[in-house]
Design a protein around this ligand. Structure first.
Ligand SMILES: [Zn+2]
Length: 476
């Protein structure tokens, strides 16, 4: 009873119906409303199992009250009163987890040799359908398009998650992709950061051929504006980047060149060389332990992207969600998957499990491990579906299901500075929730059974979102 009165007090806090909050929940366009399954000012999710995203054990038979887009009350079903006028959704046998917060997402897809097609319209729907309510893009090939769709979603014109939109890549010469600008030096890096921050980008991605001077300049400039820098590095080692103040390193240790014996400063020895050296490294040895200690000491986060690497591992199942692809893109990926299966000498056969173990060691040493899917590589990593698969792969790597869910929710929100609003199921936070049939705390694979995705208290129908893009991803 004491609990209930506390909840009543919390539910009546003026914050929960402030003009500020109303401003944050835009009027939805007819197009967005066509995907909505639940939209009432007060919603009661009753008899539901709650996994709150903090890593705490699941709690059975809970009632969760959503009011004006926020979580207004939460507790045992017998102790939380359902307010009059609430739309009641009985979730017996189902689970809610926080909306996923994933940090290496993309709004482009490898559509042809050396070309990344803009799939922002379809992928934003698929991310939401898969349970992603907040995400950072980990590099931008769409120029202003990425910032544009973020704004359209925020304004209620299009369905999709909240997006931390990256600027176009900070990359030096060497990649050979026409879509990517080649930095000419530190001044150019500073110019890029300020230009794109002015344009609305809220995050930066350093890439394989950046120099230490350019990376350092970009970090200083981004930090002046309160923005973070992540990196898929090669020319700069993890240890060098950490010393320069980078906030996050992408792809776990897969793209670290710290293990390459004859590494030359500011030169990328090639991703293959880095992986060969990593494959020869002792995962329990001093080199890795010392590197991990350095990253933890400097508060550098590490982003695991197991889904993109899984597509390179021989003998793995076809990834989920391929039927959303435009048929030619689907055939293209399936041919590559068959070729991977036939490759008897792939380094990924042994490196994949080793890498997952290194990420586990990083987290166990106190590092902030994040997760994302990276739908690039050779294709086959499908927004939404791959976010669920990423959680399964974290469990394969040794995390418990509750830890994997925390990495994919609260850890991401913490890194993005959104933990006050998202990442866990707590009274006062946004009602960003994924309703799942089953119990992912015991069977992580149940995360694939998404029934409703709430974003700011509005419940979206994943089947409708998926149907709208089926067979068409690659075209828009
Ligand atoms: Zn990426």
């Amino acid at each position: 009873m004491r609990y209930r009165s506390l909840l009543t007090v919390l539910a009546s806090l003026p914050l929960l119906s402030s003009p500020e909050l109303r401003a944050q929940r835009p009027t939805l366009s007819a197009a967005v409303r066509s995907y909505v399954a639940v939209d009432s000012p007060i919603v009661a999710l009753t008899h539901v199992r709650v996994i709150d995203g903090t890593g705490a054990p699941a709690r059975d038979d809970q009632t969760l009250i959503i009011r004006d887009g926020r979580i207004a009350a939460l507790g045992a079903a017998r102790s939380v009163a359902v307010p009059s006028g609430a739309q009641v959704v009985d979730l017996t046998g189902k689970t809610v987890i926080p909306g996923l917060v994933m940090v290496h997402e993309h709004l482009f897809y490898p559509t042809g040799p050396g070309v990344y097609g803009n799939v922002a319209e379809s992928f934003t729907r698929l991310y939401l359908a898969g349970g992603v309510t907040s995400m950072r893009t980990g590099g931008n090939m769409n120029g202003f398009g990425e910032i544009g769709i973020k704004r359209a979603i925020d304004a209620g014109k299009k369905p999709g998650p909240w997006i931390d939109a990256t600027a176009p890549y900070l990359e030096g010469p060497g990649l050979g992709l026409d879509q990517v600008h080649e930095l000419t030096g530190p001044d150019d890096a500073r110019r890029m950061v300020n230009f794109w921050a002015d344009a609305g980008a809220t995050s930066f991605k350093a890439y394989m051929h950046i120099t230490r001077a350019e990376l350092g300049a970009a970090i200083v400039e981004a930090h002046k504006r309160g923005l973070k820098v992540t990196g898929h590095l090669c020319s700069v080692t993890y240890r060098e980047a950490a010393a320069l103040g980078i906030d996050d390193l992408d792809h776990g240790f897969f793209v670290s060149t710290d293990f390459v014996a004859d590494k030359k400063p500011d030169e990328c020895p090639g991703q293959g060389a880095g992986m060969t050296a990593l494959g020869a490294a002792d995962p329990a040895g001093d080199v890795l332990r010392s590197l991990i200690a350095d990253l933890v000491r400097r508060h550098v986060a590490l982003t695991s992207t197991p889904t993109v690497f899984e597509t390179f591992v021989p003998g793995r199942p076809l990834p989920p969600g391929l039927d959303v692809l435009e048929p030619q893109l689907r055939a293209q990926f399936e041919a590559r998957h068959a070729a991977t299966a036939a490759n008897t000498t792939s380094i990924f056969s042994s490196l994949f499990a080793k890498e997952l173990a290194m990420e586990l060691a990083f987290a166990r040493a106190g590092g902030l491990l994040l997760v994302g899917t990276d739908p690039t590589g050779g294709g086959g990593v499908i927004a939404g579906y791959s976010n669920q698969r990423a959680l399964e792969l974290l469990v394969e790597g040794g995390f418990t299901p509750l830890e994997a869910i925390r990495i994919g929710t609260l850890n991401g929100a913490t890194f993005l500075g959104r933990a006050n609003r998202a990442g866990s199921i707590v009274v006062g936070k946004d009602a960003d929730l994924v309703v799942i049939a089953g119990d992912p705390s015991t069977r992580i694979g149940d995360v694939r059974n998404v029934q409703i995705v709430f974003k700011q208290g509005i419940g979206y129908d994943p089947a409708k979102l998926i149907e709208s893009v089926k067979g068409k991803v690659g075209l828009f």
